[in-house]
Design a protein around this ligand. Structure first.
Ligand code: ECB
Length: 134
């Protein structure tokens, strides 16, 4: 059985998020609020089609994509920088490359046990988050 990311996931830990936000140029006041949040992700996966809704009490963000198909991302409510994104499989990991003004931008998702992992990358910073099934 291939991996299925579908479900509702709650943040349990976030490492280096502040430095990741700094690399994205997020202002001080926004960073102070954002680092207190406990976002929830709702992922829908049907074959190679995905939607990922990340919600919090402050901002929310929605993205949908098909594996291997480049799409334009607006990062609305985040850093607002447009980028060209593409998500591919690396074995059972979902790897997104976000090409734009920021070097080395992207993320990787994978599942281990009942936990969802997310690595967010921007320039020389890596934020590691862990989510548990709701
Ligand atoms: C949307 C909840 C977090 C809101 C944080 C608010 C302000 C901070 C502004 C910018 C920081 C950059 C990113 C925020 C971190 C997470 C949002 C979505 C990260 C992401 O790209 O998730 C992917 C993979 O699950 C799908 O969009």
């Amino acid at each position: 059985m291939p991996v299925d990311f579908s479900g509702t996931w709650n943040l349990v830990s976030s490492d280096n998020f502040e430095s990741y936000m700094l690399a994205l140029g997020i202002d001080f006041a926004t960073r102070k609020i954002a680092k207190m949040l406990k976002p929830q992700k709702v992922i829908e996966q049907e074959g190679d089609s995905f939607s990922i809704q990340t919600t919090s009490t402050f901002r929310s963000y929605f993205v949908q994509f098909k594996i291997g198909e480049e799409f334009e991302e607006d990062n609305k409510g985040l850093d607002h920088r447009k980028c060209k994104s593409v998500v591919t499989w690396d074995n059972d990991k979902l790897v997104c490359v976000q090409t734009g003004d920021k070097k080395n931008r992207g993320w990787t998702h994978w599942i281990e046990g009942d936990q969802l992992y997310l690595e967010l990358r921007c320039e020389d910073q890596v934020c590691k988050q862990v989510y548990k099934r709701a």
